[in-house]
Ligand binder design. Structure first.
Ligand code: BES
Ligand code: MN
Ligand code: ZN
Length: 516
């Protein structure tokens, strides 16, 4: 799908479908047409207003009505989209409206659409924000994962080109302010398309089942990215991990036939001396639980347990595609967690890369075991900051559901930077405590620590475990167990938190100089 931004008169625009927003009727009655809808309505001699007054569209947020052959308009179709009450319209509403429009556009024959929603003022956000979220919302709705279906039904949608309306904001006008806004909007468009490509990569990797998405497959994807974008790549094999002493990572892969990989992918977009942002992604391509076997119901969903890894690959892809001026190292410990004759058993004690010993009381708490060695390994890159991303605990899903990812950090400035990026990307997170008080839950009689901390505050004790390996780092941890994928009828990977990570990394780019 191709995107562009233009400032055009909505009534004169030749397009397969003109998408216009309509607020819900206020207390005084009558629909509140948005500016673009008003202009179109005037050209159509009140035709839109008439449709609404006859009760054919409530204006309820996310409702849609498709009109064909409206006289006075150059557009073949008009899609009216309800925005809800004007006073309540904000970021969430804007995103819902874009999604509703996208869903409607998916099912019609239009090859081109002019989206009038992008000119709307959304809270305190500006045009670049609206542009980014329009692109991401459209691409999200048009995403399909049918590569493993032999019958591709329904057929691919017709829509190939989308123009975002810049409205009253004078795109293309000559004043200094207008030029600046034009440049910002174009930059936002490029950033959004690259981000959407990154989200798509993460989603597809998440959706691929574990017999396709193996640790080797993740390494192949990294190899292709490295070739395409001239990234640095190193893939550590089992013998490298043995030589280094990554006893925790090795203990997780013991029961598996698939070979483990530690993928190191480097994007150098800023001067070489700039310390990198290191992103560490949990890459368990299947989590059976190991000897502490999970129940059979919904075990298939543990193919998503490499979503952290997928988000790191997606983020690096996005940053490289937009030539962001930042240095990023992606670190992906990848393996399967399987039972078997050689598998690690409850009670086994392993030695981590940084020398601390761990009593593995539950082999299903494997994420922290592969991450602790990767986090210890991260030190050698002399990172500016380290952020790990992991589908780490079911407890985080209980705490925050599918709305917010859990955020833990040993540095509040870093936490704030992530909170800001998350808010901007509307890829939201909620900060959780990392207080010392929780550490005692990890006490072990036989080793330096246990790998589980009991049922209370399960996502916090998992983070506390990781914190023991990041004392010398500015470090944050994102528990994405509830946000990286959806279950139920719409089961599938979401591509979160790629939008957040891209925004976050760009924050460091801006500090090091403007983007290329
Ligand atoms: N990958 C799971 C966490 C998970 C659970 C992600 C549900 C998404 C949905 C992780 O490896 C795990 O099994 N965690 C255990 C930890 C427990 C044994 C301390 C959990 O959350 O139950
Ligand atoms: Mn597990
Ligand atoms: Zn897991």
């Amino acid at each position: 799908m191709e995107f562009s931004i233009r400032s055009v008169a909505p009534d004169a625009a030749r397009t397969g479908c003109l998408v216009l927003g309509v607020y819900k009727a206020g207390a005084e009655g009558g629909h509140a047409l948005t500016r673009a809808a008003q202009l179109a309505d005037r050209a159509a001699r009140g035709a839109l207003q008439r449709v609404l007054s006859q009760g054919d569209l409530s204006g309820k947020l996310g409702s849609t009505l498709l009109l064909r052959g409206v006289h006075g308009l150059a557009a073949e179709r008009v899609l009216l989209v309800g925005l809800g009450e004007r006073e309540k319209f904000g970021e969430g509403g804007y995103r819902d409206a874009v999604r509703a429009a996208a869903n409607a556009l998916r099912d019609i024959g239009a090859q081109h659409a002019l989206i009038g929603l992008s000119e709307l003022k959304v809270g305190r956000r500006g045009l670049p924000w609206s542009v980014r979220h329009a692109v991401l919302g459209m691409r999200d709705a048009f995403y399909r994962f049918d590569q493993l279906k032999t019958a591709k039904t329904p057929p691919a949608p017709a829509l190939a080109e989308v123009t975002l309306l810049a409205g009253a904001q004078p795109i293309g006008a000559q004043s200094q302010a207008a030029k600046k806004l034009t440049r910002e909007a174009e930059l936002a468009l490029g950033e959004a398309v690259a981000t959407a490509d990154g989200v798509e990569l993460a989603r597809t990797l998440g959706n691929l089942p574990s017999n396709h998405c193996t640790p080797s497959h993740l390494a192949e994807v990294a190899t292709k990215l490295a070739r395409q974008y001239k990234l640095g790549l190193e893939v550590l094999e089992r013998r490298d991990m043995e030589r280094l002493g990554m006893g925790a990572l090795l203990s997780v892969t013991r029961g598996a036939r698939a070979a483990p990989k530690l993928i190191v992918l480097r994007y150098t977009g800023a001067p070489r001396k700039g310390n990198p942002v290191v992103l560490v992604g949990k890459g368990i391509t299947f989590d059976s639980g190991g000897i502490s076997l999970k129940p059979a119901a919904e075990m298939d969903e543990m193919k998503y347990d490499m979503s952290g890894a997928g988000s790191v690959l997606g983020t690096i892809r996005a940053l490289a595609a937009m030539k962001a001026r930042v240095n990023v190292v992606g670190l992906i410990p990848a393996c399967e967690n399987m039972p078997g004759g050689a598998a690690t058993k409850p009670g086994d004690i392993v030695k981590t890369l940084d020398g601390q010993t761990v009593e593995v009381l539950n082999t299903d708490a494997e994420g922290r075991l592969i991450l602790c060695d990767a986090l210890a390994y991260a030190r050698r890159f002399d990172p500016e900051v380290v952020v790990d991303i992991a589908t780490l605990t079911g407890a985080c899903v209980i705490a925050l559901g599918h709305v917010a990812s859990g955020l833990f950090a040993n540095d509040q400035k870093l936490a704030n930077a992530i909170l800001t990026a998350a808010d901007d990307a509307w890829d939201r997170v909620w900060q959780m405590p990392l207080w010392e008080d929780y550490q005692e839950q990890l006490r072990s009689n036989f080793a330096d620590m246990a790998n589980i901390g009991g049922r209370p505050a399960g996502s916090v004790t998992a983070a506390c475990f990781l914190s023991r390996f990041t004392k010398k780092l500015r470090w944050a941890h994102l528990d994405i167990a509830g946000t990286a994928w959806k279950s139920g009828r719409d089961k599938g990977s979401t591509g979160r938190p790629v939008p957040l990570l891209v925004r976050f990394a760009l924050g460091y780019a801006d500090a090091q100089g403007a983007r290329a």
